[in-house]
Design a protein. Structure first.
Length: 205
C-alpha cells in the first residue's frame, strides 16, 4: 500500500469511527432511545469500544495475509478510537448513571465483578494510549512491544465484562467472545513465548 493509500485509509477510518457519535444527537431527537436512555447509551458506547478493539487486533493478521506492512500504520488510530469510546462509556457510567457518587462508585468496582473487569480493561487501555506515541516507543525501546502485548488482556476481559453485565440475551456477547478468542488463538505462539518469558523471569527473580 502506498503512502497516499495509507493516508486515505486513515481518513476513511476516522470518518467511520466518528459517525456513531454524530448519529447519537439525531437518535435522541427522533426517539430511538427509551425514556431511560442511560443503559442503552452505555451499551452503545461499550459495543463500539469492543468492535474497535477487535478491529485493531485484526490489523496484524490482515497485514500478514495481504503482505502489506503499511497496514500496521492504522493500528494506533484504531486503538485510540477504541480508548475514546471506552472512556465515553466510563464517563456515562460515572456522570449519568452514578452521578459521581464516589462512595458508591468504589463499592460497585469492588463488589461487582463485571465492573471490576471493565475498570481493569480501561486502565490497561489508558496505559497503552498514553504510551502509543513515537516518543514513548523510543524511550521504552524493546520494552514497548512487551508493554503493548497487554492489549490481549482487555481483548479477553471486555467480552466477559459484556457477557457478565447483560441482563438478558447471551448471543451477542458470545459472538464477541468467540471473535476475541479466535484472534488470540491466531497469536497462540506469540502468547506462549510471552508466557514462558514471564515464568522464567519470575524464577530468576
Amino acid at each position: 500500500m502506498s503512502p497516499k493509500g495509507v493516508t486515505g485509509l486513515k481518513a476513511l477510518l476516522h470518518v467511520a469511527a466518528v459517525l456513531p457519535l454524530l448519529w447519537l444527537p439525531w437518535a435522541f431527537e427522533v426517539g430511538r432511545f427509551s425514556a431511560d436512555p442511560i443503559p442503552e447509551l452505555l451499551q452503545f458506547l461499550g459495543d463500539w469500544a469492543l468492535r474497535l478493539l477487535l478491529l485493531t487486533l485484526c490489523i496484524s493478521p490482515l497485514a500478514k495475509k495481504l503482505k502489506s506492512g503499511a497496514l500496521i500504520k492504522v493500528r494506533r488510530l484504531l486503538g485510540l478510537w477504541c480508548f475514546a469510546y471506552a472512556s465515553l462509556h466510563l464517563l456515562v457510567w460515572l456522570l449519568l448513571d452514578l452521578q459521581l457518587a464516589w462512595g458508591q462508585i468504589g463499592e460497585e468496582i469492588v463488589k461487582r465483578g463485571f465492573i471490576t473487569l471493565g475498570m481493569v480493561s480501561w486502565l490497561v487501555l489508558l496505559l497503552l494510549a498514553v504510551t502509543s506515541t513515537r516518543g514513548w516507543q523510543r524511550r521504552l525501546g524493546s520494552r514497548w512491544q512487551r508493554l503493548h502485548n497487554w492489549v490481549y488482556l482487555p481483548a479477553l476481559l471486555i467480552p466477559i465484562h459484556f457477557w457478565w453485565g447483560v441482563k438478558s440475551g447471551w448471543i451477542e456477547p458470545a459472538i464477541y467472545l468467540a471473535l476475541s478468542l479466535s484472534l488470540l488463538w491466531w497469536r497462540r505462539d506469540k502468547l506462549s513465548r510471552w508466557w514462558r518469558t514471564r515464568l522464567k523471569a519470575k524464577r530468576v527473580g
